[in-house]
Design a protein around this ligand. Structure first.
Ligand SMILES: [Zn+2]
Length: 296
């Protein structure tokens, strides 16, 4: 190697060390998605949701999180339903916090199927639930292996997001509403809810309530994605989506949702792993890694 080439090589090594972010393992993440689906449908009251809770808790235990189970009861359509939010904390001694959230319950009804006889059949929820949980679990492994310089991380796996009636906001997001109503800790600096981000044809618009409440956080996340070359993040505000970020916003948290709401299999029996891709999980996962491990 001559001196010039060696010098260029050295510069390359130095510059690659300067942005030495951990890398998000897309295959690990996709395995978390598949494993949740292998447990079966995971709606409140099902055997699958119990197994899914165990799956999340077992993984969080392996990744050394401090875990708290937040149990609650809601009344929906005159029926009492038990819910459990799973709270995980990494590096609780760090004062600057980022909160990450995703719901893990799946919808008990495939009520967006054209065939009305299928409307009472529960969905598998590969994208609508498993994708967000999969990304959080892979992040948990990364965070447990390497302490971020600036931020301690809290995660919430929300229950009872997806039993709502269309057009009636207060019937959705019951786990995050309970979490927000009972929130007593200092507020995190940033909170990001991820939902439905596994679609193989990923397209993530800015969400109206997120942008209205936390324009700087939306811009920051979209800029990180842009720097990573992820053109799946689109700079247009399209939908108003009442998701698990909304109850957080309502108690004054700097919260946004990252969601791809253009998913043809939404609330149908077609929401299966083959509609999702490891790459899509990585687009959101690596963006979160770079947000968490930034040096400012
Ligand atoms: Zn849903």
């Amino acid at each position: 190697m001559n001196k010039l080439i060696f010098f260029l090589f050295l510069m390359l090594v130095i510059s690659s060390c300067a942005d030495n972010y951990p890398s998000f393992d897309v295959n690990n993440a996709f395995e978390h998605l598949q494993k949740q689906c292998e447990l079966g449908v995971r709606y409140p009251g099902s055997d699958g949701i119990e197994l899914c809770r165990d799956y999340i808790i077992n993984n969080l235990t392996k990744y050394n999180a401090e875990i708290e189970l937040q149990k609650f009861t809601v009344v929906l359509n005159g029926e009492e339903i038990e819910g459990v939010n799973i709270l995980a904390s990494f590096y609780p001694q760090m004062s600057r916090r980022i909160l990450l959230g995703a719901h893990y319950d799946t919808r008990p009804w495939a009520d967006k199927e054209e065939d009305a006889t299928l409307h009472k059949t529960p969905i598998l929820g590969a994208n609508d639930a498993a994708s967000g949980v999969a990304v959080l679990l892979e992040l948990a492994e990364i965070i447990s292996a390497q302490q971020p310089q600036q931020f301690g991380i809290d995660m919430v796996f929300f229950d009872l997001e997806d039993m709502g009636a269309y057009g009636t906001n207060e019937t959705w997001c019951l786990g995050s509403s309970y979490f927000a109503d009972n929130y007593t800790k200092p507020k995190p600096e940033k909170a990001i809810v991820i939902d439905m981000i596994g679609d193989a044809d990923l397209s993530i618009n800015m969400e109206y309530f997120s942008y209205h409440n936390s324009p700087n956080l939306v811009r920051e996340v979209w800029e990180i994605a842009d720097q990573l070359g992820y053109n799946e993040f689109k700079s247009r505000i399209v939908n108003r989506i009442y998701d698990d970020h909304y109850p957080l916003i309502a108690i004054g948290i700097n919260a946004i949702v990252v969601i791809d709401f253009e998913y043809p299999s939404w609330h149908t029996l077609e929401d299966t792993p083959d509609k999702c891709s490891p790459h899509s999980l990585g687009v959101v996962g690596q963006t979160m890694v770079n947000l968490i491990y930034q040096e400012k």
